[in-house]
Ligand binder design. Structure first.
Ligand SMILES: Cc1cc2nc3c(=O)[nH]c(=O)nc-3n(C[C@H](O)[C@H](O)[C@H](O)COP(=O)(O)OP(=O)(O)OC[C@H]3O[C@@H](n4cnc5c(N)ncnc54)[C@H](O)[C@@H]3O)c2cc1C
Length: 135
């Protein structure tokens, strides 16, 4: 099962506010921060995480990249299944990254190198993610 992790405690509709950071170090990115309200976040084997790889104050939508985080990666953890009024069959939870090393090979590159997350922050919901990643 795959989760798509965009929302953060301080970034919902305005995805240009994403602050989960991914800093390149050799052949990996070091991922830090938290996502919340992620469908399947508790059980997913794999999460496509929208992370900030650079910051351009003139263009807040630039510098967002999609990274694949897998179950079992060191320093990757999840929160509890959040209580909801409905949609009980889907879990909804938080993802936490505390210096998670993600191989560069886990960067979704179908739309280019770093930065395809721009498509997400200029669109709404998962449609742009699907177009970008093929999921
Ligand atoms: C059951 C459930 C499952 C979810 N699954 C996922 C998931 O799998 N992955 C994921 O990344 N996220 C997921 N989310 C998070 C969801 O995408 C966010 O809740 C959504 O982006 C809104 O963000 P927010 O809750 O922070 O609300 P806010 O962005 O704070 O918005 C609050 C209200 O203000 C309105 N608003 C916001 N900006 C404007 C504006 N500029 N003009 C006018 N009105 C505005 C909104 O329409 C809304 O009514 C899920 C949420 C729920 C409840």
């Amino acid at each position: 099962m795959t989760a798509i992790a965009m929302t953060e405690p301080a970034a919902g509709s305005d995805l240009a506010g994403i602050s989960v950071s991914a800093v390149r170090d050799g052949d990996s990115y070091v991922l830090n921060g938290a996502k919340t309200f992620i469908t399947g976040g508790v059980q997913a084997d794999l999460a496509i995480v929208v992370a900030r790889t650079s910051r351009d104050e003139a263009d807040r939508r630039a510098g967002l990249t999609l990274l694949v985080v897998e179950e079992g990666m060191a320093c990757f953890s999840r929160g509890r299944n959040l209580d909801k009024l409905g949609l009980k069959s889907q879990d909804t939870g938080g993802l936490f990254f505390d210096d998670v090393w993600v191989p560069v090979a886990g960067r979704m590159t179908r739309c280019g190198d770093e930065g395809p997350g721009r498509l997400i922050s200029t669109g709404t919901g998962t449609g742009p993610v699907r177009r970008c990643t093929g999921f």
